[in-house]
Design a protein around this ligand. Structure first.
Ligand SMILES: [Zn+2]
Length: 254
């Protein structure tokens, strides 16, 4: 689905290092702060703009850590909305930590479109992992990393491991974008794409920006007023008009 509105949507995913720590055992360990040798840091990010083909990537292999952070900071500042999978709790918080550690002020405001939250709130799958959900809804899977050994290779500076991690990062962004378009009509309270179209007169789908919306009855969302209800023929999203189409009579009690 192309992007008919001017809303700039960034699809983003980061890879991080595991915490490097001393432990006294394997089972039910409580690792104290003094046992940490190196905390988690961002190893790479991959991102693309919706509607464009290029996928951008920066890693500690391709850039200095600082340049990697500055480059994604610039992209985040340009985005009206950011699509990710679990990014509200993970990717964006790691990025914010990197930003403040590099003395950068908070980025300009953007809307999070967190597909994990969409999947959890709208559907009941046996697993909410991206690999599982994409398998069911797209018939596609994440690139196989081969497990934890990849991260050991990365931290040991193995070039092939770095390249595989970067490929994995890029593939996740592409998969996330396809999953976004698959579930777009289900995203609750999607940033309203019509607001990015100047003087929009035609009824416009908030979720995908399409004007292929049809009237589908009347909606009574609260206790008093009624509004025209719409359905998008492109993404399936439900929406409603903002003006009252039938006023409650005096007999409507509260
Ligand atoms: Zn739509």
């Amino acid at each position: 689905m192309e992007n008919p509105s001017g809303m700039k949507v960034l699809i983003l995913d980061i890879e991080t290092s595991p915490i490097d720590a001393y432990t006294w055992g394997l089972w039910q360990q409580n690792v104290g702060l003094s046992q940490i040798k190196a905390p988690t840091r961002m190893l790479s990010w991959a991102a693309k703009w919706e509607g464009e083909d290029d996928v951008y990537l920066a890693s500690e292999r391709t850039h200095s850590h600082e340049d990697m952070v500055l480059n994604i900071y610039d992209m985040v500042n340009e985005a009206d909305a950011i699509v990710h999978y679990n990014g509200t709790a993970f990717d964006m918080k790691h990025l914010n930590r990197e930003f403040i550690e590099h003395d950068l002020p908070p980025p300009l405001k953007y809307k999070n479109i967190d597909l994990l939250r969409v999947v959890k709130s709208q559907f009941k799958f046996p697993s909410n992992k991206l690999d599982y959900v994409a398998g069911v809804l797209l018939g596609e899977h994440k690139l196989d990393t081969g497990g934890f050994g990849l991260w050991v290779g990365v931290l040991n500076g193995d070039k092939a491991a770095w390249k595989l991690m970067e490929d994995y990062n890029v593939e996740d962004v592409l998969l996330t974008e396809r999953l976004y378009h698959r579930v777009q009509g289900w995203v609750p309270a999607h940033p309203n794409r019509a607001l990015w179209i100047d003087d929009q007169e035609n009824p416009t789908c908030p979720n995908c920006g399409s004007v292929h919306v049809v009237r589908r009855g009347i909606e009574r969302p609260a206790r008093v007023n009624a509004y025209q209800r719409y359905k998008c023929n492109d993404c399936g999203a439900n929406s409603r008009g903002r003006t009252i189409v039938s006023k409650a009579g005096k007999g409507v009690l509260m």
